[in-house]
Design a protein around this ligand. Structure first.
Ligand code: C5P
Length: 223
């Protein structure tokens, strides 16, 4: 059985991939299944927390038991839902795959095929929600970010993770190596948990529920 060590705590978790609309029928999206975020929400509820799950697009996952689910589509909607729900939260986990860019214009009706050459797609930058949440952080609030890093030639996902942790200013960063069948659309996960205090914990390959438990352990010691 899991410890009830999050009893009396309120946590907010984002999950899934945002969809950035181009017109009423099209969007730019990503491959996030939402499984890690859902596992985080489920495990937090099992450990006694009061949980709000802000869910963008996910695979066909059942709602976790005893969790308040707020559904969103785009990064703009996810941003609004996060700012509305993090007030008074003890911990916030940004597990969602938020699109970095959105189509610069949203067409009100379906975009028609024009001539032989497609029009270039103009993009605009989305605000970094995690950075905003860190700026608005309440005293004692623990904020966790995620980083999906592709293991490059130098294999330096950890180095990139450290940089990202510093840039975002969150308390913990979960680094996943993606691109070799890991992290997206699969049941297992692995990586590292980096702390702003300099700690570096390897998350051995395991179920997303097991990783969620390790992440909540690290959050719990910081509460
Ligand atoms: O910079 P990158 O997209 O790799 O950062 C990933 C982390 O930042 C995740 O925790 C993700 O939820 C968050 N993020 C965000 N807003 C964005 C982009 C990413 O909150 N616009």
């Amino acid at each position: 059985a899991l410890p009830r060590d999050l009893e009396g705590r309120r946590v907010v978790v984002s999950a899934g991939g945002t969809r950035e609309p181009l017109d009423p029928v099209r969007f730019l999206g990503n491959r996030s299944s939402g499984r890690q975020g859902y596992a985080l929400a489920r495990v937090a509820a099992q450990r006694g927390a009061s949980v709000t799950l802000v869910a963008a697009h996910t695979a066909d996952l059942g709602d976790p038991a005893a969790v308040e689910v707020v559904r969103v589509g785009s990064a703009a909607q996810l941003r609004e839902a996060m700012h509305a729900t993090v007030k008074g939260a003890d911990a916030v986990v940004m597990a969602a795959a938020v699109a970095d860019f959105r189509p610069a214009a949203l067409a009100q009706s379906k975009i028609k095929k024009s001539g032989a050459e497609p029009d270039p797609l103009a993009l605009a930058k989305n605000p970094d929600i995690l950075v905003e949440l860190v700026k608005a952080r309440e005293p004692g609030q623990v904020i966790v970010g995620f980083a999906a890093e592709t293991g490059d030639a130098s294999g330096d996902a950890l180095h990139h993770g450290r940089e990202k942790l510093a840039r975002k200013g969150c308390d913990l960063l979960v680094v996943n190596v993606v691109g070799d069948g890991q992290a997206f659309e699969v049941p297992d996960n692995a990586g590292w948990l980096l702390g702003a205090d300099g700690t570096e914990t390897e998350l051995a390959r395991g179920s997303k529920a097991l990783l969620a438990s390790r992440i909540w352990d690290a959050v719990h010691t910081r509460l």
